[in-house]
Design a protein around this ligand. Structure first.
Ligand code: SF4
Length: 249
């Protein structure tokens, strides 16, 4: 079923387009003033109510993914709770899947729908999963932070620190055979230190005894499609580890 594109999804598309133009060396674009004014008004509607940020300890003995998601939905442990429309705990096969994908955090479309990787980058991730020979529902897809960073900025180290206990608990409950870290920020969250994704992609790492493969984030691949072959090489290493073959066409 085709999913409705929300206003925020359109904004994300515009942002991706502008990033692409910038990457192509475009310095200047003509934009109608009325369009800019209309876009500038919308953020007022995003903040529904004043939220008080109050850090509370995250339990380390959740019994189910639903329990983790419920706790996340009421979490105000960092500033990212203030502008979120939804929390995005993650979704998929939570019972020992072959693969768990971990990204950076929700974008506009994910924030609007409360689901991970449903924008343009998500569509590319779906294609990657399909090429590997899996259905989306057979893997688990999550993020380091569960609330959208404003303007899709990188989550701050303190925001990642506050949110990581949820991911830790999810991984404990899900027990994936392999984790795929999508992009430098996801890897920074998982390894607990800044890393250069270009340097470590394709090189096996470990997260609490689970094999961890770093590769490029689908958003980056949309901006630089020439890197898709590198990402595919990384995913083939994952398949080899799992004793699987890519989907035959
Ligand atoms: S990003 Fe994580 S720690 Fe911050 S408010 Fe959302 S769920 Fe809580």
């Amino acid at each position: 079923m085709a999913e409705e594109t929300t206003f925020y999804g359109l904004l994300e598309d515009i942002e991706k387009y502008l990033e692409h133009e910038r990457d192509e060396g475009v310095q200047r674009l003509e934009v109608d003033r009325a369009v800019l004014e209309a876009l500038a008004k919308e953020p007022e509607a995003e903040v529904a109510e004043e939220v008080v940020v109050e850090a509370a300890p995250v339990p380390d003995d959740f019994q189910s993914l639903e329990e983790v998601a419920r706790h996340i939905s009421g979490c105000t442990n960092c500033e990212l709770c203030k502008a979120r429309k939804s929390t995005v705990p993650g979704e998929g096969n939570g019972a020992g899947p072959d693969i768990m994908f971990v990204g950076e955090g929700p974008g506009a479309e994910e924030d609007a729908q409360g689901r991970p990787f449903v924008g343009k980058a998500g569509q590319l991730l779906d294609k990657m999963i399909d090429a590997m020979g899996y259905e989306r529902a057979e893997v688990f897809i999550g993020n380091v932070v569960k609330c959208r960073p404003p303007k899709n900025r990188k989550p701050l180290p303190e925001e990642m620190q506050m949110c990581l206990p949820y991911l830790r608990q999810q991984i404990r409950l899900i027990k994936p055979k392999v984790i795929v870290g999508l992009g430098g920020t996801a890897m920074e969250g998982l390894l607990g230190k800044p890393v250069g994704i270009t340097r470590i992609r394709g090189v096996w790492q470990e997260y609490e005894g689970i094999k961890l493969m770093p590769t490029f984030h689908p958003s980056y691949l949309l901006r630089d499609p020439s890197k898709k072959k590198d990402a595919w090489a990384d995913l083939k290493l994952v398949l080899a580890e799992l004793g699987r073959e890519p989907r035959k066409r």
